[in-house]
Design a binder for this molecule. Sequence first.
Ligand SMILES: Cc1cc2nc3c(=O)[nH]c(=O)nc-3n(C[C@H](O)[C@H](O)[C@H](O)COP(=O)(O)O)c2cc1C
Length: 188
Amino acid sequence: MPMKVTIFNGSPLTSGNTSALSSILMAKLAGRGAEVEEIMLFQKNVLGCNHCDRCRADDLPLRCSIPDDMIRLYDKFLDSDLLIFASPIYMWNLTPCTLAFITRLHCLCRSPDGHNLMKGINLALALTMGDEADVARHAVDSMSEFCEYFLINFKGDMAVPFADKDEILSGKHDEDADAFLDEILPQS
Ligand SMILES: Cc1cc2nc3c(=O)[nH]c(=O)nc-3n(C[C@H](O)[C@H](O)[C@H](O)COP(=O)(O)O)c2cc1C
């Protein structure tokens, strides 16, 4: 069975820097035998968590009550062997649609070491930014803490500083992308 990889792309641009990076990663993953799917989060109707706590009630265990596109995305999140959050850095953080998606994962866990559907998931970050890579440190730290708390395996991150889609597509970051995939994919 091929490894299932889902890339959650949080850029609003379908042909911007992050999509260029995502397309490179997708091609390389396919070349390594993985089955890859990209989901453009900005095109989905996914609200942030509203803290209704219905997911804590017994009638809706470990699922969300907000009837939007997230309902269909939970299975993608839970059934993938590896998740890559690809996002531009906006104001030192992941994009709002990516953060909204992440808040909606709240329902998947009641206690980290008890009812926790996220335990053991493999997750990595692929980030683009207009400045140097250091601007991503808050986003990387917070995702790494998020993973630690929910017992998710944080596999690593790749950053493309001073991102330029033409440079990305012309292969300038291919070596970094290969090293990133070596780091986050299981060794055969
Ligand atoms: C609203 C907004 C906020 C941004 N904030 C940052 C930032 O804090 N640091 C940075 O280096 N680049 C920042 N950028 C630049 C983007 O991260 C960069 O251009 C990125 O590669 C865009 O990816 P995209 O083409 O996929 O949208 C910002 C861009 C926008 C539109």
